[in-house]
Design a protein around this ligand. Structure first.
Ligand SMILES: Nc1ncnc2c1ncn2[C@@H]1O[C@H](COP(=O)(O)OP(=O)(O)OP(=O)(O)O)[C@@H](O)[C@H]1O
Ligand SMILES: [Mg+2]
Length: 240
């Protein structure tokens, strides 16, 4: 479970998260939508301990992410994160890229890392690309490789930050299908996305961020059919 309590985060004088309270249960798929600069990416980087916070706390399975005593490396192994773009190592094959972290970070023997990498790459539909170099992959295939790479660490949570935003519209669907598959398998996921149809279909809840505040959070039906806040209505009107 991820518990966020009165989280505040500033960059210099700019407060970008103004007291966020949010709990994500095991197996839940939470989608976060909202305008540019509303703090969505910042929230994900705080959950993962990539950014320090100014107040409040974040607990992942009861461990406080920003406590001095927390072993962040260990905690991060539980949390896979996939961004808009991931620069794979160009001189390593797809298989080698996915094997790298389990080898280096978890110290897995080669055979074990390879077995896991093959399994995850097969899972995301890249079984025929193992020996290929990343530059030979399409954008959608590269994103699926990035997802396989995160899954190879056997995370309990997956954070996705606009993983389809940099893609040609033709390639968006295949990546969203991969996220749908993970959701149906029970992975706990927080997905920042601009894809409203996806948010509606896949989420257990949808949260709307506006100027550093979580202005609304609801089940998809209620969120899209009967938003309570004027900011949410304006956002939905603009994205439809
Ligand atoms: N490292 C940083 N240093 C200073 N300001 C930052 C930093 N990262 C983000 N910000 C600022 O914090 C605010 C929130 O940014 P964030 O990236 O979280 O927004 P977002 O909701 O993800 O937007 P988008 O939809 O455009 O990705 C923005 O005003 C941004 O300029
Ligand atoms: Mg962002």
């Amino acid at each position: 479970m991820i518990e966020i309590q009165d989280l505040r985060k500033s960059f210099g004088p700019l407060e970008v998260l103004k007291g966020i309270d949010l709990t994500v249960a095991k197996g839940e798929v939470l989608t976060i939508v909202g305008g540019s600069g509303s703090g969505k990416s910042t929230l994900l980087t705080c959950i993962n301990g990539l950014e320090p916070i100014n107040a409040g706390r974040i607990l992942v399975d009861g461990t406080e992410v920003h406590a001095k005593s927390t072993n962040l490396d260990k905690l991060r192994r539980k949390i896979g994160i996939v961004f808009q773009q991931w620069n794979a190592f160009p001189h390593l094959t797809v298989l080698e890229n996915v094997m790298l972290a389990p080898r280096k970070v978890l110290g897995q023997p080669k055979a074990q890392a390879e077995e896991m990498a093959v399994r995850q790459l097969t899972h995301v539909g890249l079984a025929d690309k193992l020996a290929v170099y990343p530059s030979r992959l399409s954008g959608g295939q590269q994103q699926r490789m990035a997802i396989a790479r995160a899954l190879a660490m056997s995370p309990d949570y997956m954070l996705f930050d606009e993983v389809t935003s940099a893609l040609d519209p033709m390639l968006v669907g295949e990546v969203l299908d991969t996220l749908r598959m993970l959701a149906s398998e029970g992975m706990t996921m927080i997905c920042v996305t601009h894809e409203m149809k996806f948010a509606r279909e896949v989420s257990d809840r949808v949260a709307f961020f506006h100027q550093g505040v979580m202005a609304e959070i609801a089940a998809p039906e209620a969120f899209f059919e009967a938003p309570t806040r004027p900011e949410t209505r304006a956002f939905l009107a603009a994205t439809h």
